[in-house]
Unconditional design. Sequence first.
Length: 289
Amino acid sequence: MIPVFRFAPSPNGYLHLGHAYSALLNFDLAQASGGRFLLRIEDIDTIRCKPEFEAAIYQDLGWLGVTWEEPVRRQSEHFAFYREALERLSAERLIYPSFESRAEITRLVERREADGQWPRDPDGAPLYPGEAKSMSSAARERLLESGEPYALRLDMAAACARIGELGWIERGHGAGGETGEIAARPEAWGDVILARKETPTSYHLSVVIDDAIQGVTEVVRGWDLFWSTSVHRVLQVLLDLPQPAYRHHRLVQDTTGAKLSKSTGATGLRELRAGGASPVDIRRLVGLA
């Protein structure tokens, strides 16, 4: 089997050194193994994702010497695939709508924490504290028919009860040095969101579907997504999707030790290029030279 690697950025900002490391690492591994390298544009957020950022992705990767197969898969063009998966999970009674706003969820967590610390997921966000799962079918239908905003959540307890224990073989490592046989911990994420009324998918759902459709065999990504693999393994089993090999890698950090992020204004590759940096300089900066 020819190994298939992919780099899947979101066009909601300009690429920085962290993106360069992941893209170059995937590209180098594909080249060394005689494999294929795919570029996927993860643009499900149609508000924050912009055409100019997508154009810059192609420019920056081309400047780095990265080449990819055409056509490029753009998630916004394939919402029907994600809807089909949601319909399947709904038919199996594994998802349900919740109607609380983000502000309402914050207030619910605050009330729960009057009795002690409310559980958090591996990213530090509080687990869903609402009671939408126990809402009657009639009440749900009334809210849906009224046009209320909603999020579709995976009933994690039901999913875990159906599929039992899961794990994966880690070829890289997590932030805590975890490697080899890893026991999945999907329950640590609670009832994750798989879609919203205005967006018929989420990162968790679309990434496993796209990897399967594109035949991706090697998922090489940052260790900030290490424990997300637990959720992805659940969805792969529920949707009868193949399991790729996983390799999580270190993150490129700023001078404070924090990971580089678009949201915090990490210096973009285009700025480094404008300042005179070469592709070789970028490789050296990310430790690949």
